[in-house]
Design a protein around this ligand. Sequence first.
Ligand SMILES: CC(C)(COP(=O)(O)OP(=O)(O)OC[C@H]1O[C@@H](n2cnc3c(N)ncnc32)[C@H](O)[C@@H]1OP(=O)(O)O)[C@@H](O)C(=O)NCCC(=O)NCCS
Length: 101
Amino acid sequence: MRRAEGDFIGYCGLIIGRSTLDEPEIAYELFRRAHGRGYATEAADAVLGAAEATGRNRLWATVGAGNTASFRVLEKLGFVRDHVSAEDSGEIVWLTRILRS
Ligand SMILES: CC(C)(COP(=O)(O)OP(=O)(O)OC[C@H]1O[C@@H](n2cnc3c(N)ncnc32)[C@H](O)[C@@H]1OP(=O)(O)O)[C@@H](O)C(=O)NCCC(=O)NCCS
């Protein structure tokens, strides 16, 4: 939700996804009209803080190889590339971020 506009623009949170409950994945998706204004980075940064507060030590993200915007969001938040896996849908890049705790 945006405070001023009061509208729903997408989601950001932790999921097990391809990873585990202890080291979950961060995931986000915004409506196209909300792209390019830093919202995904802002939301993901808040989720990183919340993940730290739960005592978790590490997060993952899995991103389709061509998803430039998502790579940039993760780069801004300090995620680094770890490895690549192959799926029917194409190459998936795994990125990780060590948390402070
Ligand atoms: C990925 C997504 C959430 C990003 O949301 P957003 O709010 O636009 O992201 P931000 O504005 O916080 O940051 C995007 C960054 O990528 C950059 N970017 C976006 N498209 C780009 C492109 N085609 N080439 C290069 N850089 C690009 C922006 O310039 C910005 O970087 P900057 O701050 O250095 O200028 C949004 O594109 C989305 O919902 N995509 C569809 C769902 C999806 O792919 N989810 C992630 C699955 S892993």
